[in-house]
Design a protein around this ligand. Structure first.
Ligand code: CA
Length: 221
């Protein structure tokens, strides 16, 4: 899942990158408000972590412009002061949640999972489809109760499709959310990955829609 980190403090940005990558996210980072606004306006992310005090354009203005332009990507705001007025401003501007600095990575990850889930319309971090159970918190997949060893890429692919189940996801969207910009991959990499996930989780889970992409069928559970 691809996440945009908007933070001008290099040290905090590096901590965020490390923590998010360890949790399986693909991370892009920008430290300037104008650049952040442009990326969020033109690219698709599963979520955006947004600092408020930024050079170029402040975080609140960036968020307001996204929302005014109907960009609905879930946004988690980082506030330097735990001021209630700032939080209220953030929520009013269309933030999905906020976290005061300093924060613990565990809490940030929990809030991030929660806003991504809510935006996809799910309430729980454990999703079961037939015999297969995805535990997003533990990044664990079990089939009939037995854990299945997936590589980080396989897990990202499967969990992205499961989180967006009931919707056809294009190869392009999948590849953007599975690979970082730094990972080299060729055009049939997604296909190969789907093949490997099917081998491990069974052929039923992911269906191919020729020319459109892939889908994990099923309604919300
Ligand atoms: Ca800042």
């Amino acid at each position: 899942m691809r996440v945009l980190v908007v933070e001008d403090d290099r040290r905090i940005a590096a901590d965020l990158e490390r923590g998010l990558r360890a949790a399986g996210y693909v991370v892009e980072t920008v430290g300037d408000g104008e650049e952040a606004w442009f990326r969020g306006d033109t690219e698709d992310y599963a979520a955006i972590i947004l600092d408020l005090g930024l050079p170029g354009m402040d975080g609140l203005a960036v968020l307001k412009r996204w929302r005014a332009n109907d960009r609905r990507i879930p946004v988690l705001i980082l506030t330097a002061r735990a001021s209630w007025a700032e939080r209220v401003d953030g929520i009013d501007a269309g933030a999905d949640d906020y976290l005061p600095k300093p924060f613990r990575m565990e809490e940030l990850l929990a809030r991030l999972r929660s806003i991504v889930r809510r935006s996809a319309g799910h309430a729980s971090s454990v999703i079961s489809i037939g015999d297969i159970t995805f535990d997003e918190r533990q990044m664990r997949v079990t089939v009939r109760g037995s854990p299945v060893a997936l590589s980080p890429l396989e897990y990202r692919l499967a969990s992205y499709l499961v989180l967006h189940r009931g919707r056809v996801v294009s190869q392009h969207e999948l590849s953007e959310n599975i690979y970082g910009q730094e990972d080299a991959h060729d055009s049939n990499a997604v296909e190969v990955l789907v093949g490997r996930v099917r081998k491990k989780l069974g052929g039923e889970l992911i269906e191919t829609r020729r020319g459109f992409g892939y889908i994990v069928p099923g309604a919300d559970a």
